[in-house]
Design a protein. Structure first.
Ligand code: NAP
Length: 307
């Protein structure tokens, strides 16, 4: 099997595509022949070394948090999956940029028939993030107003749809080139953040989902209703600002959750959720990470493990 290996922290230093022995599934694990691996900002954040203080990794490592593919072998005690099953999942903080991976069976779900394996490989991390932000941390309800910053990216484009499915009114920030795309996904008010300060045009909202951070997050308190929630997987909202706005600020790290992934798979099965993926060969992972670092992707970028 082949994998992208990082021998040293730092931007793409020691970044090689090499042959390795096939991994062997342990207790509760399965071996997956990978069809595709999703590319996420966390991959280049891990690679840079910025996260090594709280997520120490043994070098060399293989980046990548999610895959889709076919189960090739079962480890001891796995009863929920069979050899030949088509699965997808948020497998770990690293390991996904490879042609074969070992993953815990309890982090995987069956791939919905409506998605190709490449599409499915881009689903787990962004959709679990969007689901947990909206349903666990802000508990959105029908009739509420939700402002989503960074709406055209991987997490945002799923969050717009999940908020719409929940019956919320979606207001989204994105550059003008992404407005048609977001309107089709269900956003009813679009703000070109390059031209307009959102706080000058947005009526009060119940929830802000911040996928941008920095000044965008700081300015969001101004549009939050008293009692509202500002949730961000990017950086922790300021507690003093939350108190001044009489609102709640939440920061979270996405966790793997097969039950939630099954719910999400059901929404793809029914056609309520869609995903747009852009594909690069696994061997061009470096180029994919550079694109992700540019912060202007529409939808999701995935790596094709067959190329
Ligand atoms: N803590 C966790 O567990 C966790 C989990 C998932 C994600 N995250 C974080 O959440 C963030 C979003 O992730 P992602 O996968 O969705 O990233 P992404 O796909 O790279 O997001 C790219 C999108 O951001 C938009 N954007 C950039 N600057 C913007 C701005 N100032 N205002 C509005 N939109 C802007 C771009 O739209 P335009 O091209 O229109 O500018 C682009 O569509 C990342 O920082 C990621 O690390 C954290």
């Amino acid at each position: 099997m082949k994998a992208i290996r990082v021998a040293q922290y730092g931007q793409f230093k020691g970044f090689v595509f090499e042959d390795l022995p096939s991994p062997v599934p342990g207790k509760g694990e399965v071996l997956i022949k990978v069809a595709g691996s999703g590319v996420n900002p966390v991959d280049w954040k891990v690679l840079s070394g910025a996260m090594k203080a709280f997520i120490p990794l043994e070098l060399p490592f293989t980046p990548g948090v999610e895959v889709a593919g076919r189960v090739m072998a079962l480890g001891e005690g796995v009863s929920t999956l069979s050899v030949g099953d088509e699965v997808f999942g948020f497998i770990n903080i690293v390991g996904g940029y490879a042609t074969e991976v070992v993953a815990s069976a309890d982090r995987l779900a069956h791939r919905p028939n409506q998605l190709t394996a490449l599409q499915a490989s881009g689903v787990p991390a962004v959709s679990l993030t969007a689901w947990q932000a909206l349903h666990e941390h802000s508990q959105i309800k029908a009739g509420q107003r939700v402002l989503i910053h960074g709406a055209a990216g991987g997490v945002g484009s799923i969050a717009v749809q999940l908020a719409r499915i929940a019956g919320a009114t979606v207001i989204a920030t994105a550059s003008a080139a992404n407005h048609d795309y977001l309107q089709k996904l269900g956003a009813s008010q679009l703000i070109d953040y390059t031209q307009t300060r959102f706080e000058t045009v947005v009526e009060p909202v119940d929830v802000v989902l911040d996928l941008v951070g920095g000044d965008t997050q700081t300015r969001s308190w101004a549009v939050l209703k008293p009692g509202g929630v500002l949730v961000s997987p990017v950086s922790p909202p300021d507690a003093n600002q939350a108190m001044a706005a009489n609102a709640t600020g939440k920061h979270f790290a996405t966790r793997s959750d097969a039950a939630q992934l099954n719910n999400i798979a059901g929404l793809f099965e029914s056609g309520e959720l869609t995903i747009e993926v852009h594909v690069l060969p696994l061997s061009e992972a470096e180029e994919a990470l550079r694109k992700s670092m540019g912060r202007h992707l529409q939808g999701k970028l995935v790596l094709d493990a067959s190329l």
